[in-house]
Write a protein that binds this ligand. Sequence first.
Ligand code: ADP
Length: 201
Amino acid sequence: MGKIIGITGGIASGKSTVTNFLRQKGFEVVDADAVVHQLQKPGGRLFQILVEHFGEKILLKNGDLNRPLLASLIFNNSDEREWSKQTQGKIICQELGSLREKLAQTEDIFFMDIPLLFEQDYASWFDETWLVYVSPNVQLERLMKRDNLSNEAAEARLASQWPLEEKKKMASHILNNNGSRDQLLSQVVSILEGGDTHARD
Ligand code: ADP
């Protein structure tokens, strides 16, 4: 029987490190962020809906969406957050659902990387949910380094997300990424080979 695995985590927790490795191993991985970016490009299913809702002010001179402006309009207003959750959420869910159906026909096992897997209630789609976990101080340090952010800016991004401790209670498997990349990837190999992660603590 086929297996569909959801991968999640927080910003800079190591999701891409895991999914890059899985792709190298030949597995199909759906990247929900990339799907959303495609949908929000001119011609994509979300583009026109967003321009109609927010007006042309959310467009850059070259006609693409001004993504940071869009993010701040939604992030800073609870009505817009609700609108976005309903309207964008529904279309994103449909798109991810059709990718899932398509891959289920050809792949024995495949993965979907969904940063908001628990927040947006996708858990029931999966046979297993893997959380790429890091402790708050490691996450802050890696986020500052990767995105070249100040301590304050990085803290603000982390504060807008569910704490990984919460997600830890919900995931079926936990990949502990406080150590080295090799340590992280050997946990992936171990789960794939049917072992456990030994990382729930
Ligand atoms: P995400 O996709 O969850 O946002 P990334 O996979 O991009 O996270 O990892 C965040 C940053 O931390 C990247 O710069 C990555 O190279 C680095 N990183 C990931 N895992 C480790 C690790 N075990 N040790 C050191 N750096 C790591």
